[in-house]
Design a protein around this ligand. Structure first.
Ligand SMILES: NC(=O)c1ccc[n+]([C@@H]2O[C@H](COP(=O)([O-])OP(=O)(O)OC[C@H]3O[C@@H](n4cnc5c(N)ncnc54)[C@H](OP(=O)(O)O)[C@@H]3O)[C@@H](O)[C@H]2O)c1
Length: 363
């Protein structure tokens, strides 16, 4: 049994917490809550599960000192010093933001600090999610069947109208007219002053990971984005995107070798279907769509949909919201045993064993 501290209880954190409570090999040891309204609430209560007798706390020192095998780190912003203390204290960390590759968007100095903390605590850290994370593991695995590769492209098409993170969307300039957005300089593109977890450049870590898997160096990362405007008012849980305002966004990072674009990761987010231009594939109107295209010998094209299955329980509010949130949380939770057994340091899909939903088959 692995003892886990759940760190924050937002969109993803509530999913990971529920998964930890449900998991036969995992046990909740503690819960950190940033929001004071959640402090004192039972872990089960926070994620629509029966009470488990562990209350959320804002007491960082107590959690750092607590005995636990792993921290499930899912806040929108994390404190670097606290992360270092957790790793030094011997706790492994699985994260839903960053840590896809050690040469990430963080400074070299920070990554060295993390490596040193891991060494000191004999701990490891791993980052995943649905994208970046899971989609990259699949893309890399698909290349296994190729003789030659010209390019690899992965796309996510995702209805964002259920992703209740208004700060993230307004940061990226959704809800503004294209002119206002341009004036404000809103962008999802890398910005040295932006908080890391909203910084699109984390997706370049996935390009780096894929390049490592394929054994070549990227010379240059180039970023691009394209907006789409609402052609009718689009209502979502937290606002209405008025006609003529930005309600769709696609952005990408491409890894070049010389002038050849080799690896591209792209996200396509939309608040509704009434968009201009409308680049939404029909399948993604029904479910989250992951699309991977490998051009090579042979070429391999793969679409996967993440949607509601037969085990879907509408009584469980978090399931009723968005299956893609579950698929963001589970690669993080399902990595816990492997990360706890891994050698110290920043670990990636390239040095952990193949992982699965172990012990989660419902008979
Ligand atoms: N790789 C992927 O596929 C993927 C997909 C989606 C999201 N993500 C990442 O997962 C992370 C969480 O996303 P989310 O949608 O769950 O975010 P969220 O719901 O907007 O926020 C998560 C939690 O962050 C905590 N928080 C808010 N402000 C904070 C602050 N100033 N300092 C410290 N903590 C603060 C709050 O925790 P309390 O509950 O403790 O109050 C909040 O509930 C983000 O880094 C996001 O980029 C990754």
């Amino acid at each position: 049994m692995y003892k886990i501290i759940q760190w924050s209880t937002g969109n993803i954190g509530r999913q990971t917490l529920a998964a930890i409570i449900d998991h036969p090999d995992l046990e909740v040891a503690g819960v950190y809550a940033f929001g004071s309204d959640k402090v004192g609430l039972d872990a089960g209560e926070l994620c629509h599960r029966p009470r488990v007798g562990i209350e959320a706390t804002g007491d960082v020192d107590a959690l750092v000192e607590m005995e636990a095998d792993c921290v499930c780190l899912t806040p929108v912003f994390y404190d670097e010093d606290i992360l270092v203390r957790l790793l030094r204290s011997g706790k492994n960390v699985v994260a839903s933001g960053g840590f896809i590759h050690p040469e990430g968007v963080q400074s070299e100095e920070f990554m060295e600090r993390i490596e040193a903390a891991c060494k000191e605590g004999d701990s490891s850290i791993f980052g995943s999610g649905v994208n970046p994370g899971f989609i990259n593991a699949i893309s890399i695995l698909l290349t296994h069947a190729c003789r030659q590769i010209e390019s690899v492209t992965w796309d996510e098409f995702s209805y964002a109208g259920l992703y209740n993170s208004p700060e993230s969307w307004s940061y990226m300039g959704l809800g503004l007219t294209p002119k206002e957005r341009e004036k404000r300089g809103a962008s999802a593109l890398p910005d040295p002053d932006a908080p890391n977890s909203l910084d699109f450049s984390v997706f370049s870590e996935a390009v780096k990971l894929t390049a490592d898997a394929l054994g070549f160096e990227v010379d240059e990362y180039r970023y691009g984005e394209e907006i789409a405007v609402a052609t009718k008012p689009i209502e979502v849980a937290w606002t209405t995107y008025e006609t003529g305002t930005v309600a769709g966004l696609r952005h990408w990072v491409t890894g070049y070798v010389g002038d050849k674009p080799v690896l591209t990761g792209r996200v396509n987010w939309y608040m509704g279907l009434d968009l201009e231009p409308n680049w939404i594939p029909e399948r993604s109107t029904r479910e989250y769509l992951g699309r991977i295209a490998i051009e090579g010998e042979p070429s391999i094209h793969c679409d996967f949909g993440i949607g509601r299955g037969r085990l879907h329980d509408p009584q469980l509010v978090e399931n009723a919201i968005d299956p893609a949130l579950v698929a963001t949380a589970m690669p993080v939770v399902n990595a816990i045993p492997a990360v706890c057994e891994a050698k110290p340091g920043i670990r990636t899909y390239l040095d952990l064993p193949m992982m699965a939903a172990k012990h989660l088959v419902k008979i």
